[in-house]
Design a protein around this ligand. Structure first.
Ligand SMILES: C[S@@+](CC[C@H](N)C(=O)[O-])C[C@H]1O[C@@H](n2cnc3c(N)ncnc32)[C@H](O)[C@@H]1O
Length: 229
């Protein structure tokens, strides 16, 4: 009996890279209790509370949306009367939402941006449709810092491209990025597109994790996504 208990405990404490961390930490347990499918919800909630990214009635694009805790948060926040949400991920999302939520299983690099239009937009609509673009996309990590940073940066650059292309002027953007790996240049470029750019490392970020979030507020009008870099 005692042995079983110890095994259970050691399974929850995993070695990830160089840092030992508790996979089933208080955020994990809180998410389970609150009915969220991932602990990442609390990172978005903290950023949103501080910087007011999302409001009722907004149209939100969520890049890298699986398993779906950010979707759960934004779907509730925008409401179903005027609000709408589109999510895309390589993986399937095993959650059911209303008609105002469209979830695509696909690659954000490959998808024709027109396919990302919200469910209320007609086939011939051209947008821009979104008030908020979120990206929590993360590559499969290799453990090789420079490779992981390069892959993460490529995802962030594409997220910024899609944000500038698909946000309405005045729209907001939030993207997960790994510290180091070109973050300063990334922020500089984001500043060309948004009135305000902030870096936030929410409390829910695991100790030892390299991840942080870049937030762009108020997309400037007339920015061409093809000439950002
Ligand atoms: C940390 S998870 C996102 C968690 C999510 N925000 C939530 O709260 O449930 C990162 C996701 O990025 C997705 N991803 C990575 N590369 C992608 C790509 N090229 N296109 C779409 N999704 C991608 C992964 O499949 C993974 O599900």
């Amino acid at each position: 009996m005692q042995k079983k208990k110890n095994n259970k405990k050691s399974a929850a404490f995993l070695n990830k890279g160089n840092s030992r961390y508790d996979r089933h930490d208080s955020y994990y347990r809180r998410a389970k209790k609150d009915g969220y499918v991932a602990r990442s919800i609390y990172k978005l909630e903290e950023i949103d509370d501080a910087l007011k990214l999302v409001k009722r009635g907004d149209c939100v694009l969520d890049l890298g949306c699986a398993p779906g805790s950010w979707l759960q948060y934004v779907v509730h926040k925008v409401g179903s009367d005027k609000g709408a949400v589109v999510g895309i991920d390589l993986l399937e999302v095993a959650l059911a939402f209303g008609k105002h939520v469209k979830i695509i299983q696909g690659d954000a690099f490959e998808i024709d941006p027109h396919e990302l239009r919200p469910s209320h937009a007609s086939e011939d609509a051209t947008g821009p449709y979104f008030d908020v673009v979120l990206s929590d996309m993360a590559p499969n990590t290799t453990g090789i810092k420079s490779v992981d940073q390069d892959r993460s940066l490529a995802l962030c650059e594409h997220a910024l491209y899609l944000a500038v292309k698909m946000l309405k002027p005045g729209g907001n953007f939030c993207v997960k990025i790994l510290e180091g790996g070109g973050i300063q240049n990334y922020v500089k470029i984001a500043r060309n597109a948004f009135d305000t750019v902030k870096i936030k490392r929410p409390k829910g970020t695991r100790v030892g994790s390299m991840e942080t979030y870049v937030v762009g507020l108020n997309l400037k009008p007339g920015i061409d996504p093809d000439t950002l870099w």
